[in-house]
Every structure is written in C-alpha cells, then in structure tokens.
Design a protein around this ligand. Structure first.
Ligand SMILES: N[C@@H](CCC(=O)N[C@@H](CS)C(=O)NCC(=O)O)C(=O)O
Length: 279
C-alpha cells in the first residue's frame, strides 16, 4: 500500500499542521511530508493547488490512498485509530474529557490563540501578555492542573494522548511569551515533558531556523494596560480603555498608532495574512 502523504504547513506558521504531524509521529505511522509554503504571496497559489483535491483548500491534509482527510482533528483521530486507540484514554469518560479539551482548542481556546499567533512564538522579541490574556491563561491552566492532579501525570490523562498533542502549539506560544507557570507546578512539569519530546524538538528546531513571519496585529493597542500577573483576578473589569486617543500633532503619529516605544522603528513591515483563523 502506498505511504500516506501529509500536506503540512510552514513550520513557524501552521499550528494546525503541527498537531496532525505530531499525532502521526507519536502514533509511529510512516508518512511522506510535503511542506506547503503558506507564506505570502505563494500562499494563494499553493493553497489553490490543495483545493484541487481537498475542498477546504487548507493544510494540513492527509492523503491515504483514495482517502482525503482535510482537518487536523480528523487526522489526529485517524492516527489514534491506526495506533489501535493508544493515543486516547481507555475509559469512555476520560476519552470524553480528552475530546472536550481537544474541542476547546480546536474552537480557538477562548481567544488565546486568536490573540497570540503561532508566528509570534518565533519572534526575536515578545510583547508582554495582556491582562485579558493572562486571565484566559489562568482559566486554561487551572483546568489543566486539575486534570494532572486527577491523572497523577506526567500527561493530562496519565500516558501521552491526543489532548496533550493538541495543546502543544499553545504551550509553545505561552511559554515563549514567558507565562509564569509557578502557580501551576504540575502543569509546569507537563510543559517541560511535552517540549522535550523528540518530535516536538524536531518541529521546533526547523521552525526556529525559518525567517520570521511578521504579522501586523501582534502589538497591543497603544492604550492597553499591561499589568503584572499579580494584579490579575478572574473577576476584574475589562482592561482596555475606551477613551479617545489624543489628536496627533502635525507631522506625528496619533497616540492610537500600533508603532510605539519600545518597538517603534524595530518592526519590519508585515508580510503575512493576519486575518486568518489561528488556533
Ligand atoms: N480546521 C482546519 C483549519 C486549518 C487551517 O486553518 N489551516 C491554515 C494554515 S495554518 C490554512 O490552510 N489556511 C488557508 C486559508 O486560510 O486560506 C484544521 O484543523 O485542519
């Protein structure tokens, strides 16, 4: 039988492809990897080629003989099936909990991933996480910590599962933005265990070697407050001020401009489409 082909994505841009790729690797399934360059401008023609055999015209896509699997979650489930179910918990209730976490991530993880692009994990400098992002991280890590407490670790359901793999790109985003994990010691060890897995190391080392993909919406609005984690509570009011920015002086940028110290003059112009979905 022919070896399946995974049409994957640019490694510092495609968190979706990373999940499918990791699941296939961890399930020890042999596959041919075809990296589809999703950077502009070649993005459009390359995705149109994918559209010739996969209606969503997106990556990842796994082609196994006549079977076209056009979604990262479906590829992950397929990998688990081929591995005899080794990548999901054995108990039905645990499997349902694992799939709940996977669905949460697949649906955007309460905006964490829309706000913090995968591309930004590879930038040479990082903006501080905003208050609202830290609050969402607290919600996520409180939940992960409870899972790890229940399972005893080292992974969310004891052994490595699709739920862990699904969250790897988020772990990369957040740890590389220096999220302080001290309040969640079990989760801290869990992130270390995930980031040390050979498949994760292999993907990230290739991603780190690629040219950065600058997105124009990385920086926060100029008037957003960026408080310390200690100031965050789950019930605090929204932190983004809605006051009107002062009018610009003649010949200068308005206060609402995204380019402001400390980044002013240091950001190359954006090269990629920042409007796409990014969990
Ligand atoms: N739900 C899909 C989403 C895949 C996706 O959005 N892939 C991006 C690359 S990371 C893409 O191909 N985007 C093409 C486009 O937006 O036109 C999955 O999980 O596989």
């Amino acid at each position: 039988m022919a070896t399946p082909i995974l049409y994957s994505g640019t490694k510092n841009a495609s968190s979706w492809a990373m999940r499918a790729w990791l699941a296939l690797r961890e399930a020890r399934i042999e596959f041919i990897e075809e990296v589809v360059d999703i950077r502009r401008p070649q993005r459009f023609i390359n995705l149109a080629r994918i559209g010739a055999f996969s209606p969503p015209a997106m990556v990842p896509v796994l082609v196994d003989g006549n079977t076209v699997i056009a979604d990262s979650l479906a590829i992950m489930e397929f990998a688990n099936d081929l591995a005899g179910g080794a990548l999901l918990p054995h108990q039905a209730a645990d499997r349902a909990r694992a799939r709940s976490l996977m669905a949460w991530q697949h649906a955007g993880l309460s905006n964490i991933c829309q706000r913090i692009s995968f591309e930004s994990a590879f930038y040479p400098f990082k903006r501080p996480l905003m208050n609202v992002e830290r609050a969402e991280c607290r919600r996520l890590f409180d939940c992960l910590e409870r899972n790890l407490e229940l399972s005893g670790g080292p992974y969310l359901f004891g052994q490595l599962s699709l739920a862990d793999l699904m969250l790897v790109p988020t772990v990369v985003r957040l740890t590389r933005h220096d999220l302080e994990l001290a309040p969640w010691q079990r989760s801290k060890s869990w992130t270390v265990a995930l980031l040390e897995r050979p498949a994760v190391v292999e993907w990230l080392s290739q991603a780190d070697a690629l040219p950065h993909i600058w997105l124009d919406d990385y920086l926060p609005p100029a008037d957003a407050r960026l408080p310390e984690l200690g100031q965050v509570t789950l019930h605090e009011p929204p932190t983004i001020s809605h006051r009107e920015p002062p009018a610009a002086e003649p010949g200068r940028q308005a206060a609402g401009s995204l380019l402001r110290p400390p980044f002013a003059g240091r950001m190359p112009s954006p090269m990629a489409d920042s409007s796409r979905i990014r969990p």
